[in-house]
Write a protein that binds this ligand. Structure first.
Ligand code: TXA
Ligand code: MG
Length: 359
């Protein structure tokens, strides 16, 4: 299949592109599109056949349900069997935006879209291109992140192309995603709302609005502990670069990273350090020294610790960069939890396959 690549300008001249993208969806095809979190791979969410195509294009297990994307509140009642009070308050506060809510589904939503569950995930993205695309399609858009299963979620159209060129009908390029991490998923079907996947909207902000909010225990449990996550997708190996990545935690992390990175590089393995603006100068003399000896150590700066959003924004791009640069071993710093930091650490632990060194 030939994939059409369309750059959006943000102006009225995009109208023709949206019209074509909408027609592709109604005919059962697939279109990747930008959102404020990551790029999505969209199909007609009310068609079981379209959802099946999404799973096939991504190589995703079909028991891992998709998120339905809507452009306005008026689309919600048809998709769900009831709208709990907590959901109304959350929607008012955070939609459109980087939040997904789990509802009991209506009979309109086919089982293929929800991986056979009787609940459905719904999100109203704020990105203007996502809004225009959903409206042009005229149906709710089922969309997982637009990566091959197991790869980091795409934050640029180039990432989407790397994974899905030739497998889908169209890619809409709206530039880099603002946030860079997937939405916060909240289950509102229970008495107390539960965060199934941490994201941009942190637990603190949710509790300010609702009172008590729980975090699904599986979010920070290692798979070996056997806690079954409530979001089926959270159980899969995810985001992993080809490199063997170790996350180094604790007060002496920098010292440990210097020692371990020097050893891996001198063992002849292409080595990377994932660090921050505030810490990168601690490692640069070692990188120079190893370079002069003919070994390879490269620094990957994720962003500023003083600005956790900058780290979220770059993280997935860096995970892909390791592969592009042929890095074989990565020693990664860890970052503060809380707010979006909780989401950053959740993705990093998964990317490291829970290989964690505590100092
Ligand atoms: O930011 C985002 O949420 C992006 C953009 C494209 O909107 N989408 C995204 O979709 O990250 P995906 O498919 O990569 O992740 C969806 C997650 C999976 O972990 C899935 O298991 C969970 O949502 N999920 C979907 N429906 C669910 C349901 N009914 N109950 C529990 N978890 C659900
Ligand atoms: Mg995903």
């Amino acid at each position: 299949m030939k994939t059409r690549f369309c750059r959006l300008s943000g102006g009225p001249e995009d109208e023709e592109i949206y019209r074509e993208a909408g027609a592709i969806i109604r005919e059962g095809g697939l279109v990747a599109f930008p959102t404020e979190t990551v790029y999505g791979l969209g199909g007609n969410g009310l068609s079981g056949a379209s959802s099946a195509k999404i799973y096939a294009a991504k190589g995703r297990p079909s028991d891992n349900p998709l998120i339905l994307h809507i452009a306005g509140m008026e689309e919600l009642p048809a998709l769900v069997s009831d709208i709990p009070d907590a959901a109304k308050r959350l929607a008012e506060a955070f939609w459109p935006g980087p939040m997904t809510l789990i509802f009991r589904k209506s009979s309109l939503v086919p089982p293929e879209t929800t991986g056979g569950l009787d609940t459905v995930a719904v999100r109203m993205p704020s990105h203007p291109a996502a809004q225009r695309f959903i409206r042009a399609a005229g149906v709710p858009i089922a969309a997982p992140s637009a990566n091959l299963s197991g790869r980091p979620s795409p934050t640029t159209a180039k990432h989407v192309r790397e994974d899905l060129d030739g497998r889908i009908d169209m890619i809409l390029d709206g530039g880099p995603a603002d946030i860079g991490l997937e939405s916060t998923i909240i289950d509102v079907t229970e008495e107390t709302p539960v965060i199934l996947r941490p994201g941009y909207i942190g637990r603190e902000a949710l509790e300010t609005l609702l009172g008590k909010v729980e975090l699904d225990r599986a979010v920070f449990a290692e798979p070996a502990q056997g806690v079954k996550p409530k979001a089926p997708g959270m159980k899969y190996r995810h985001y992993a670069p080809k490199a063997e990545m170790t996350l180094v935690e604790g007060a002496f992390a920098a010292e440990a990273i210097l020692k371990e990175a020097a050893a891996s590089a001198r063992a002849g393995r292409r080595t990377g350090i994932l660090c921050s603006e505030e810490t990168k100068d601690r490692y640069s003399p070692l990188a120079e020294e190893l370079g002069a000896e003919g070994f390879s150590l490269k620094l990957f700066c994720a962003g500023r610790r003083s600005d956790p959003e900058s780290i979220a924004h770059r993280l997935f791009g860096l995970l892909r960069q390791f592969d592009e640069d042929g890095i074989e071993v990565v020693w990664a710093e860890s970052f503060d939890e809380g707010g979006i930091g909780t989401a950053v650490m959740n993705r990093l632990r998964k990317a490291a396959g829970y290989r964690i060194m505590r100092t």
